[in-house]
Design a protein around this ligand. Sequence first.
Ligand SMILES: [Cu+2]
Length: 360
Amino acid sequence: MPRTNRRTVLQGIGVGGAAALAGCSSQSAPQATSETARKTTEQAMNQSKEITADRVAADPTDVPDPIDRDEPREVDVTLRAEEVTAEVEDGVTFNYMTFNGRVPGPMVRVRRGDTVNLTFENPDGNDLPHNVDFHACYGPGGGAEATTVAPGNTEQLSFKATYPGAFIYHCAVPNMDMHISAGMFGTIVVEPEEGLPEVDHEFYLGQHELYTDKRAGETGHHQFDMKAMPREEPSYVVMNGEKYALTPDGYGPMTVETGDTARVYFVTGGPNLTSSFHPIGNVWKELYPRGSFESATQKHVETTPVAPGTTTVATMEFPVPGAVKLVDHALSRVARKGCMAVIAAEGEEDPEIFDPEPDA
Ligand SMILES: [Cu+2]
C-alpha cells in the first residue's frame, strides 16, 4: 500500500521542525466568541506537527449490524474526542479533531424508541473542549450543552430516539465550524420499528472540507486557515478524512460482487459545502431523501444533493463488473481536492447490459 512509508517520506522532507503559528485573521466567528478564545483555539490546533495517528479514514465497512429485535432497549454508546496529527495525503500533515480517531466518527445504530446512554470522554492531553450535537434527539443543542466537556473529563447524556432516520452528529462548541472541518462529525442511524430491507453490503462514508494555509498537494504541515474557512475556499474536499482514502491508491476500494446489493450511508459534515453525490457508472437505485426512512423513496436518481448537516441513505446494485466511483459531482473537488471513493465490483461480464467491445 502506498501509505505504508508515509512516515519515512515525512522525515525526508523535515516535517516536525518549529514553525510560526498560522496568521490570525480579523474575521470573527459566527458565534459570540471572543477573539482571544478564537486565537487560543487556532493556536491549539496548530501546535503539533508530529504524526500521532497513522490513519484517520474510517473503514467504510465498519458498520454496526442491522437491528434484529422487536422491543426497544437502552443502548450504551461511548464517544471519545481525539485530537491527532495525521496525513491528508502522502507528505501532507494536518491536525485533526475526531470522534474515536476516525472521520467520520463511528456509526451509532439504534431502533426507534431506544434510549441512548452516551458517555463522552475528552481525554487528558487534548487541548480543547468538545461536545456532541445529535440531530436524532429532541433537546437543547441536540445535547451539546449537556455534553460540553473540558480535557480530562467525561460527560453523560441520555436521550430517546423517538423518530427514525439517518442523522448527523457533530461537535458544536463555539468555533463549531472549525471543529467539524477538523473532522468532528458522524452518523446515528435510527432504524424504523420494522427495520430496513436486507442488503448484501452496507457502506458508511463522510464528506467534509479542510481549510488549510497551503494548496492541495503542497507537502509539509498544513495549518488550519481561519481566513479560508469563512470564504469557503478549502484546500481539500475529502471522503473519510483523507485524499482518495477509499481508492486503489489509498487504503483500497470497497468491494462487492456482481449481483450484490449495497446500501450507502453518506454524511456531509461540511461545514459549508453541499455534496452533489453521484456514483459514476451507476445510479442511486433507491434514495431515502435526506436520510428519511418514513418518506417515499425516490427511484433511479443520478445525483443527490447532500447538504452539510445531513446523512443521506441510498441503495445500489451491480449488474456488471468494474469500478464505481463515488464522487461529489462538483468535479473540481474530485480532480483537484481529493474527493472520491471507489466500489470495485467483480464478477462476470454481461454484454447485454454493457458491452465495451461490441465488434469483438
Ligand atoms: Cu470539538
